[in-house]
Design a protein around this ligand. Sequence first.
Ligand code: FPP
Length: 240
Amino acid sequence: MNQSNRENLPRHVAVIMDGNGRWAKNRGLRRVQGHEEGARAVREVVRATRELGIPWLTLYAFSEENWKRSEHEVKALMRLLVRFLEKETDEMMENGIRLQAIGRLEKLPRKTRNALREAVRKTDAGKEMVLTLALSYGGRQEIADAVAAIARDVALGALQPENITEESLAGRLYTAGMPDPDLLVRTSGEFRISNFLLWQIAYTEIYVTPTLWPDFGRDEYLKAIADYQKRERRFGGARE
Ligand code: FPP
C-alpha cells in the first residue's frame, strides 16, 4: 500500500475468524488442523495491521459458546493459543505491539491464563498497536457484567440512576478505554454477528468475505481495508 492509500484507514479493526472447521473438512483433515492453519492467518493479519499503522486490532479467538465444543477441540484450541503466545511474544515486543485479552478469562485453563498473563506483561510497553484477543468472550455476557457493575455502584451510592449514561455503561465494558471498531471483518460468508462486541459495533462498517479463515491472508485483508476506505460513514447523520 502506498502513501496515498493510507488515508482514511480504520483506527480499529475487529475480526470474526470463521471457517477453520470447514477448511479442514474440505481437505479431509481434522478440525484442529484447520485451527492450526488459522493461527498462521492470525500472524499475517497482525503483521499487516502493524505495517499499515492501524492502532487497534481485536480478534474473536474463542467465544463463550465455543465451550460447547468437544473437549478434544477445546483443549487443542487452548494449547494452540499457548503455543501462539510463546512463539509470537518476542516479535510483538520488537514491533511495539501490546497484547490484551477480553472475556471471562477466569474460565480459561490455568496454563492458558498463565501464558496470557506472561505475554501481556512482556508486551506491556508496546505503544504502536494494541492486539486484543477476545477469549471466552460473549457480547451479552459483557453487557450483563457492565450492568452488574453499575448496579453495585448504585447500591454503594457512588452512582445515581439518573446519572447513568451511555458512557457509564461503555466505561464498564471489557473494552473500556478502547475506541469502537470502525471495521468488522467476518470470514466464511456467514452474515452473523455471533455475540461479538454487540454494544461497540453500533456504527461499525461490516465486511463479509466467503473466504475461509485459514485462506484469509494479507492480500484479502488489504482488500477489506480498501473496501472500507471507499465507504462514506454518516453515523446516522445526513449526507454532506
Ligand atoms: C471458527 O472456525 C474459529 C474458531 C472457533 C477459533 C479461532 C481460532 C483461531 C483462528 C486459531 C487460533 C487463534 C489464535 C489467536 C492463535 P470454526 O471452527 O467455527 O469453523 P467452521 O464454522 O467452519 O466449523
